[in-house]
Each structure stands twice: as structure tokens, then as C-alpha cells.
Design a protein around this ligand. Sequence first.
Ligand SMILES: Cc1cc2nc3c(=O)[nH]c(=O)nc-3n(C[C@H](O)[C@H](O)[C@H](O)COP(=O)(O)OP(=O)(O)OC[C@H]3O[C@@H](n4cnc5c(N)ncnc54)[C@H](O)[C@@H]3O)c2cc1C
Length: 305
Amino acid sequence: MTRDDRAAWQVLCQDRFQAGVPLSRYTAIRTGGPAKWLLDARDESEIASALGLARRLGIPTLMMGCGSNLLISDHGFDGLVVRLGPGFNRMTAAGLCVRAQAGATLKAVACFAADRNLSGLSFAAGIPGSLGGACYMNAGAFGGEMAQTITFLDCLDPEGRRLTVTVGQAAFGYRHSRMMEEGLIVLGAELRLQPGHKEELYRQMREYQACRLEKQPLTYPSAGSFFKRPAGLFAGKLIEEAGLKGLTVGKAQVSGKHAGFLINLGGATTADFLALKSEVQRRVMAASGVMLEPEVRIIPEEAGK
Ligand SMILES: Cc1cc2nc3c(=O)[nH]c(=O)nc-3n(C[C@H](O)[C@H](O)[C@H](O)COP(=O)(O)OP(=O)(O)OC[C@H]3O[C@@H](n4cnc5c(N)ncnc54)[C@H](O)[C@@H]3O)c2cc1C
């Protein structure tokens, strides 16, 4: 850490960071205390310099996409939260490839591809995340997952240095990636798709969305399926079989419509969700011997233990 670093940080604090912004504003589950600093990044160099400085100054950082898979402590985040500002959603197509920046929503990328008769992303259209968050999580649904379409990712390492990660280097697994292991920031991705028909692709997306509306409690704030699927099993089924539909802590509840979803009845806190999560884990373990592991990213990690 140098005096220049501290001075540069002060400039960012004055000119670019917002202080004390409640993160519940940006999470799909509508909980989360304030960020000490929040940056809506304008461009890659701003992310790189803010991350590099934070690293040298020992300040924790958190990258945030659409906030659809985040459960952040009621005490907030004692560091810098970086969001991708409006300049981070450009998309281009060439042949069977689509390149998109990490801030583009999955829905926008899926529609961009469908409009060009490119197939392979219909599964993703109803996942309410950004491309960056989806690559980090290797998000998936209806038998598809991001890893099947990606050729390479443009990333930044935690020091703010640029690197290209090919699909073979990305260590994708079920809701897992190298970006998760190494704290890499996704700036954008190239996706390789197949020829398709626009009308058929939109029909498929509507069908998937109807299926979500029928099965998922989409009228309540949530982070989607709270737990990962244990090998060969379904978390929601195990929770239902343990008799936990409707189990409530404070204002957090196991959905009666889909037991895999923990929903915010209105005014829930992250503490409510963490207590509910532990109770569900305990009772499912007692009923079936399976330890459910959260899919939702709990921040800070220790809070989820
Ligand atoms: C109603 C509902 C339905 C859902 N259905 C599905 C589903 O069918 N399948 C599925 O897989 N998920 C589903 N989800 C969960 C969620 O939408 C996905 O995990 C999504 O990919 C998260 O993207 P995000 O941009 O919201 O990421 P965030 O929630 O903002 O962040 C998630 C993680 O990604 C990291 N991250 C975000 N952006 C970047 C970036 N640019 N670079 C590096 N790291 C980053 C964050 O630090 C965090 O650790 C659902 C959620 C909801 C609320």
C-alpha cells in the first residue's frame, strides 16, 4: 500500500463511490444491509483500477450482477460492491457466435440470439440474472447450462489484470466454475450457438416461462432454488417429504408452491432466511440423511456456516 493508493482511493470515494447504499434494493430476495462503498462501474478500466486499489488496501470486494442469487448479511458489506453500469450490456453476432458483455441480462442475450435465428439459449431466458453472474454460477435450467454454449470468457483477476478463459479452462461443474474458485470477474463472453428458427425459439421460451409461472412462487421475492440439487435427488422434493412446506421463521417461508424456494413474505431479514435455512437443513438431514448445500451465495461466507 502506498500513499498514492490511499490518495487514489479518496478520489474514488469522493467522485465515484456511493456510501451506505442498502443492498436490499438490488437483491431479488429483498434483504441485505448497506454497502460501505458501491461503484456502478462505467468501463473495464474503472473496475480494474478500483479492484487493484481495493486489493492493495486490503478492502474486501463483491461483484454484483442482477442480485438474483445473493443473500447478503443484514449488517451489509464492509467493503466495495461493484455493479456493472449501463455501458456493460453490448452484444454483437457473427455467424453462429454471439459476444455479449457481462451486464447484459440473460433474457436480453437469449432474445438477441433468437432474433438472429440462433438456438441454444432458450433455457436461460427465464433465469433473472446477468450474463456475468450466470457464467460465474454456471446457471442452468430445463437440461441446459451456460457451459454448453460458452467458447471463452473475458475476465479480470482479483488484481485487475485481463485474462481470457476458454471453456476448457473454466472448470465448469454443477453451479460451479473456476471464476468462483479464483474470484475472477467476468467482463463478457463468446457463446457458440446453433442455427434455429426465431418463431420456434420464442415459442420454446414462452413454454419454459409458463412452466416457471405454474411451478414457482414468482409473486414473492426469492433467490430461486435456495439449495443445490444433491446428486440424483431434488432438494425441493426432500424438503417437501420432510413436511416443511410453509415452515416460517420471521417473514421468511418455505414456499407452499415449490419447497425448493425460500420466499420473502414481506419485510424478512437475512437473519430470518439464515435461521430458516439451518432449520430446513437440520430437519431434512433428520428425515433423509441428506445435508442440503445452499446454491444461493451467502455474503459474507461465514454468515452461512
Ligand atoms: C425466481 C428465480 C429463478 C431462478 N431460476 C434459476 C434457474 O432456473 N437456474 C439457475 O441456475 N439459477 C436460477 N436462479 C438464480 C440466479 O438467477 C442465477 O444464479 C443467476 O445466474 C445469477 O446471476 P446474477 O447476475 O443475478 O448474479 P448475482 O446474484 O448478482 O451474483 C451471484 C454470484 O455471481 C457473482 N457475480 C455476479 N456477476 C459477476 C461477474 N460479472 N463476474 C464475476 N462474478 C460475478 C457474484 O459475486 C455472486 O457470487 C433463479 C433466481 C430467481 C430469483
